[in-house]
Design a protein around this ligand. Structure first.
Ligand code: AMP
Length: 293
């Protein structure tokens, strides 16, 4: 059997030792935090960060703190052996895969929380979710102290929150965004797509199609924003989507609601974002959109 070149580490102590050794040699370290069940989206982030750093650390940690009591923590897909193979093939230097007790030892009492950006969109139906994300990412970044950390555009609100957090807390890590990867049929690649039956997947495909339709209506000026979003929501429900949790357009840089600035000559770069439930699976997607006032 071929020897793996990816180094596997499970404790923060060993992680620190290795990262310090790399930093002492003047090497630049990048980190891609994940929850495993690795797919093309994750692998694309690894290939992207390889362009910016000398050594790549990927973490796999299914973080209990970011799941609500009725969410899928227990049945979240876990496939470490297959993940390690993929990490090795793509040339990852180090996998950090800690146990829950390594991240949240007995007596753990701290929460890291970002305000405002964490108040709407995904937060509305997932109270406490972003506190779980910001707390674990703070811990992972402090344990690893990477020069760069890369997060996917797929979770656009998460990326925006983490960028703000790193800036506000003067973290010595540059937070970057990697492009959203889709399956060949257009569905945003996600570890949770394995939950979808073939019929549900057909319904889920209406999500990216609807976003594209809304973007063309609004950018071409054939519909108002309000009309187009309402029509899009109704179309998703008519197609068999069980619930549209949100379908909104926000400003790209801070996710604030759109504000009409009269006299603007150039379009506002915005994001259309959606969360929808298909069968029992909650799916999210987003795309850039230009708003002409
Ligand atoms: P997860 O394992 O789902 O927590 O995701 C780990 C990282 O991979 C996060 O930064 C996600 O935004 C990113 N990611 C997940 N799916 C995709 C995708 N389809 N395209 C790009 N990045 C993704």
């Amino acid at each position: 059997m071929k020897r793996l070149s990816v180094q596997i580490i499970r404790t923060k102590k060993e992680l620190r030792t290795q990262i310090t050794e790399w930093h002492m040699k003047g090497l630049k370290v990048g980190m891609v935090p994940t929850m495993g069940a690795l797919h093309h989206g994750h692998l694309s982030l690894i290939r992207e960060i390889q362009k910016h750093v000398d050594k790549v650390v990927v973490s796999i940690f299914v973080n209990p703190m970011q799941f609500g009591p009725h969410e899928d923590f227990d049945k979240y897909p876990r496939s470490e052996t297959a993940d390690i193979k993929k990490l090795d093939q793509v040339g990852t230097d180090l996998l950090y895969a800690p146990e829950v007790g390594e991240i949240y030892p007995d007596g753990f009492l701290t929460t890291v929380s970002v305000t405002k950006i964490t108040e709407g969109l995904c937060a509305a139906k997932r109270p406490g979710h972003f506190d779980g994300v910001t707390t674990v990412v703070t811990k992972l970044l402090l344990q690893c102290l990477p020069d760069v950390a890369l997060f996917g555009e797929k979770d656009f609100q998460q990326y925006t929150v983490l960028k703000q957090m790193a800036k506000d807390l003067d973290m010595p890590t540059e937070v970057m965004c990697g492009r959203l990867i889709r399956d060949d049929d257009g569905l945003a690649t996600s570890s949770r797509n394995v939950y979808l039956t073939p019929e549900e997947r057909q319904i889920a495909l209406e999500i990216p199609k609807t976003l594209k339709q809304i973007i063309s209506e609004i950018e071409d000026g054939t519909q108002t924003i309000e009309e187009s979003l309402e029509k899009g929501t109704q179309h998703l429900l008519d197609s068999g989507v069980k619930e549209v949790q949100y379908l909104e357009i926000r400003q790209s840089d801070n996710l604030e609601p759109l504000t009409r600035t009269f006299g603007e000559t150039s379009p506002l770069l915005a994001r259309i974002l959606v969360a929808a439930v298909v069968g029992k699976t909650r799916l999210i997607d987003n795309m850039p959109i230009k708003i002409f006032f």
